[in-house]
Design a protein around this ligand. Structure first.
Ligand SMILES: [Cu+2]
Length: 219
């Protein structure tokens, strides 16, 4: 049997072992029809799935302006809130039916605002129950390792714990692209992700009751 002091030494070594962390740096591309490169890469989101690190609390704002959600894409941590101020003098009804993140803020107009707190990681599709053309996306993450790419698609995620994780990218015209990555104890790992939007076409969605929006109405 191992002496008590060797066990203590082993335990303290484990506690002080340096928790290495590296940087993920790379570029996201979105390939539209005919291989054409998309330019709206700032609306993509890149994140790392796997590290069990709690994100810092933060919130976001998505305004309703000119019958559109502005901005169209935000990222919040689990437990983060998104405010939806209506800056239009007409009613909007913000809702989502995305799984456990479903919510309904009902009707309000300028200067009122509604807020929802997102409790589950995932992609939340947000719509207005009056105007079918309005759509936004809330990406809810359970760790702090995510980035919004610059206009040229470049991104950097620092402080990622060393280990093998899954790097994912998403854009509203594509599904997810994923790539296993082994993050080093120090330094930079380069990664490139391509999202295929070649098959995308605008598809109608249902209203909050699961029905088609009334046809022939002027919005
Ligand atoms: Cu609306």
């Amino acid at each position: 049997m191992r002496a008590w002091w060797s066990r203590v030494a082993f335990l303290s070594l484990a506690l002080v072992a340096p928790a290495g962390a590296g940087t993920l740096r790379g570029r996201v591309e979105v390939a539209d029809k005919g291989g054409k490169k998309a330019t709206d890469l700032a609306n993509a989101v890149v994140w790392v799935e796997g590290p069990g690190v709690k994100p810092q609390p933060s919130s976001a704002t998505v305004a309703m302006k000119g019958k559109a959600f502005v901005p169209r894409v935000v990222v919040v941590p689990v437990g983060g809130s998104v405010g939806f101020p209506n800056e239009d003098p007409i009613f909007h009804n913000v809702f989502s039916v995305s799984g456990e993140n479903r919510f309904d803020l009902d009707l309000y107009k300028k200067p009122k605002s509604g807020t929802w707190t997102f409790r589950h990681p995932g992609l939340v599709r947000v719509y207005c129950n009056i105007h079918p053309q309005m759509s936004a996306y809330v990406v809810v993450r359970d760790n702090p390792f995510w980035a919004r790419p610059a206009a040229d698609g470049s991104f950097e995620i620092a402080g990622v714990p060393a280990g093998t994780w899954v790097l994912k990218a998403w854009h509203e015209r594509t599904g997810e692209a994923l790539q296993p990555v082994t993050v080093p104890e120090t330094g930079v790992l380069e990664a490139a992700l391509t999202l295929d939007a070649s098959k995308w076409k605008r598809a109608p969605h249902k209203n909050k009751f699961g029905k088609d929006y009334p046809a022939g109405e002027r919005y």
